[in-house]
Design a protein around this ligand. Structure first.
Ligand code: PLP
Length: 387
């Protein structure tokens, strides 16, 4: 059997991971060649490695509106989230809380510490009244993601900050901006947060490199002890090549973002519009509450097809080289029912037919043409088979 060529593939899973930007890949190779000295050392080769890490630190700081000394490189978005929650909890043993639609990298640490999982409404927006009801001197950290990985819904961090400033003076605000960074001006929208997580592979950088921004006033405790790298907050020899690539990708994303959002937003609208036209009973998730449109990131196209199972649809799509997902990807690759849609009050039968198509900086018109030519037909075939 011949392998499928890339022109027969349509990648609609950018929220799961992106291809690396060629410039980032080049920076990675160069850094691996030149920066092999241990950045904590004193000699010339060590200093070369350190310079590469520090240049990337400047690039990230610039891209997210932080000071270079506030950029903590770590091993993934997951590790950044864990460091934020466990690190804040360790400072005073206080209460921890997060929204019900967080990625498991936040949800599981909060549940592990016996914290509060806060409700969201049908549009996926945090229940501010519930936050007010638990906000007190004992609250150590609240974690609310800037943009959701399944639905793309954007949260208002300034409202959350205002509650904490009024009622919970000791609480840090953490935002998982892993999915937001490719689409939103994180420097502005995450400015109210004390801690911000990023992950390289969601914006054209490599997998296995993350960042936690820790504002200079934020007191958290290291969770990985050893050589004291990263301002004593994350020990472990630096992934110099990965960090170099992340820095380049972050800089490119920040400088090209406005154009990418415009292009991809138009492609996304065409994709969702075309599917709705072909299958009018499709439900676009969290698009509208009453008369008001819900703010979502430009790359997110999330729909539910009543009467079908996403797993069967994804299987059919994969056979013709269309790669998408249902709930967020998990380690086993199995399709768990989406905790995000459940928290938003979606009936299980409807959530079972969800499809997450996520676009990115490399998505083309041809991708959308191909998706529109194939996806509605696959849904109709599945419906006909189960009728
Ligand atoms: N947070 C969000 C919102 C994500 O979408 C992901 C990845 O899917 C992560 C955290 C975890 O990042 P990483 O894959 O770098 O561990």
């Amino acid at each position: 059997m011949s392998a499928r060529t890339e022109s027969e593939e349509t990648y609609l899973d950018w929220a799961a991971s992106t291809p690396m930007r060629p410039e980032a890949l080049q920076a990675m190779v160069q850094a691996a060649q030149d920066g092999y000295g241990n950045p904590t050392g004193a000699h010339h080769r060590a200093r070369v490695g350190r310079r590469i890490v520090d240049d990337a630190r400047d690039q990230v700081a610039d891209a997210v509106g932080a000071e270079p000394s506030e950029v903590i490189f770590c091993g993934s978005g997951t590790e950044a989230d864990n460091l934020a929650i466990f690190g804040a909890h360790a400072t005073n043993n206080g209460h921890v809380a997060c929204s019900a639609i967080e990625h498991h990298a936040v949800l599981h640490p909060v549940q592990h510490l016996g914290g509060t999982v806060l409700d969201v409404d049908s549009a996926g927006q945090l229940d501010i009244a519930q936050l007010r009801s638990i906000a007190n001197d004992d609250l150590a950290i609240v974690s609310v993601m800037l943009a959701n990985n399944e639905t793309g819904v954007v949260q208002r961090l300034d409202e959350i900050r205002a509650v904490l400033d009024e009622l919970a003076p000791n609480a840090l605000l953490h935002t998982d901006a892993v999915q937001a960074f490719p689409w939103l001006d994180v420097a502005e929208l995450a400015a109210p947060a004390d801690l911000i997580s990023l992950s390289g592979h969601k914006f054209g950088g490599p997998k296995g490199v993350g960042v936690l921004i820790v504002r200079s006033h934020a007191d958290i405790k290291a969770q990985t002890l050893g050589g004291g790298q990263e301002f004593e907050l994350r020990s472990g020899t630096h992934n110099v090549a990965g960090i170099a690539a992340l820095g380049v990708a972050a800089q490119m994303m920040a400088s090209e973002r406005a154009q990418v959002v415009e292009n991809v937003g138009a492609l996304r609208d065409r994709l969702v519009g075309g599917i709705m036209q072909a299958l009018p009973d499709t439900i676009e998730s969290a698009r509208q509450v009453g008369d008001a449109a819900v703010e979502k990131v430009a790359g997110s196209a999330h729909v539910c097809f009543p009467g079908i199972e996403s797993e069967a649809l994804l299987f059919k799509l994969e056979r013709v080289g269309i790669y998408a997902s249902a709930a967020s990807s998990c380690a086993s690759g199995a399709q768990d029912p989406s905790h995000v849609l459940a928290a938003m009050g979606y009936p299980r039968e409807l959530a079972a037919g969800s499809l997450r198509m996520s676009l990115g900086f490399g998505t083309t018109d041809a991708d959308i043409d191909r998706a529109l030519a194939i996806i509605p037909e696959c849904v109709q075939t599945l419906r006909a088979a189960s009728a």
